[in-house]
Design a binder for this molecule. Structure first.
Ligand SMILES: Cc1cc2nc3c(=O)[nH]c(=O)nc-3n(C[C@H](O)[C@H](O)[C@H](O)COP(=O)(O)OP(=O)(O)OC[C@H]3O[C@@H](n4cnc5c(N)ncnc54)[C@H](O)[C@@H]3O)c2cc1C
Length: 356
């Protein structure tokens, strides 16, 4: 069986981002790489969005970028500007195509469907398949989005609606997310922060249909694309091994309070590329400890006080918008952290801190 210098398990966002980074910086001219990916065909399957707080390799895969967003709770709306850090949406179809085309040109890179096809013994492994140990307390950000096209122009395509909490909450946290790609096209997503719940999942289509037809008041539209997913809001199991690093979701790159992962994956890929020549001894790239700590408290508040969360999210944006964006994108300094923390309802956060 064939041996490789590097093996990437999982050719999804993290696996391909890393392979692209290594190839672009000519780290695979004299090294071999196997990418293990069970899917036989790459199709658009995800919409990755984020505030562009750092540069990345995929500006040419951006479907649309916005400099305004809104957030609302029943009867109150905030309109916010994000000129310094535009909100970008990446089309995964374009992302896969760009990377696969680039990797195809290097004969040292080979795709396999199964790990059984190669010999791993002497390889350094980058693993993006997470081990997720769930229990009764495991929360997820689970969602379903429909990209719709309306007959008449309906949307203001200069502004996204990041969180619309003016909807049914049940015992969870629920909001709608709308990305208007054009005046007659938008991705409308129902998003829940909760335990996985069959009743909610089976019902996604009805939730979105009701929102589009009765809340947005759009009656004449067709559906062009659908995406569904669940992001774990808990840490994956990571076992330290000398010849293996976990990457992407499997490597703890998801910000647990928000689900944002894409830019963290890009930073992790860059770090690995910079250290690839001495990767066995390099420190593992991790999200800053303060964010792990703050997110743990935030999630504890969320689990115990779901009904209060719309107001808490809304209030968070009382701080300067750039500050909130930096905080949510792991780029805030201590003063910025404090300005957000001090806006939060003190007592429930102190109780969460004390584990009550
Ligand atoms: C629908 C969806 C939308 C998202 N939107 C956003 C967003 O807007 N912004 C953001 O920051 N984050 C978002 N995320 C979170 C995160 O960015 C994505 O989940 C991202 O794809 C994570 O990259 P990854 O490589 O860790 O996992 P994946 O992209 O899922 O890649 C894992 C790969 O491993 C392969 N695989 C599975 N089993 C095996 C196996 N046994 N052996 C080998 N390979 C295997 C899979 O086929 C897949 O290609 C979203 C997640 C989902 C699910």
């Amino acid at each position: 069986m064939k041996e490789f210098d590097y093996v990437i398990i999982g050719g999804g966002c993290a696996g391909l981002s890393l392979a692209y980074e290594l190839e672009t910086y000519k780290k695979l001219e004299n090294k071999t790489l196997a990418i293990i990916e069970p899917r036989n065909e790459y199709k658009r399957d995800k919409t990755w969005s984020f505030w562009k707080i750092i540069s990345h390799n995929f500006d040419d895969c951006v479907k649309k970028s916005w400099e305004n967003f809104s957030i609302n709770i029943p009867s109150k709306t905030k309109h916010l500007e994000c000129y310094s850090f535009p909100y970008q949406t990446i089309d995964s179809g374009l992302f896969y195509k760009k990377i696969i085309n680039k990797l195809k040109a290097n004969k040292n890179i080979i795709f396999y469907n199964s790990i059984k096809e190669i010999n791993l013994k002497n390889s350094f492994i980058f693993n993006s398949v997470p081990t997720l140990k769930t229990d009764n307390d495991s929360f997820w950000q689970h969602f379903c989005g429909l990209e719709i096209e309306t007959k008449n122009n309906f949307f203001d395509d200069d502004i996204i609606n990041l969180m619309d909490f003016d909807c049914e909450q049940r015992e969870s946290v629920h909001f709608f997310y709308t990305l208007p790609y054009a005046k007659n096209k938008a991705l409308v997503e129902t998003t829940w922060l909760s335990k996985m719940n069959d009743d909610l999942e089976k019902n996604y289509d009805i939730q979105i249909k009701n929102y589009i037809e009765n809340h947005l008041n759009i009656k004449d539209y067709k559906i062009n694309y659908k995406e569904e997913g669940a992001i774990p809001l808990f840490n994956p199991t990571i076992i330290k091994e000398k010849n293996k690093i976990n990457i992407g979701t499997a490597g703890g790159m998801t910000r647990l309070s928000t689900g944002y992962t894409f830019l963290n994956i890009q930073e992790q890929s860059k770090y690995i590329r910079e250290n690839i020549d001495n990767i066995t001894n390099a420190k593992v790239f991790e999200m800053k400890k303060k964010y792990k700590f703050l997110d743990k408290i935030f999630l504890s508040v969320l689990k115990k006080n779901p009904k209060k969360m719309p107001n808490i999210f809304f209030k968070m944006f009382d701080s300067r918008t750039d500050t909130v964006i930096k905080f949510l994108s792991n780029k805030s300094n201590i003063i910025e952290d404090l300005s957000i923390i001090l806006k939060m309802p003190k007592w429930i956060f102190i109780k969460a801190l004390l584990g009550k």
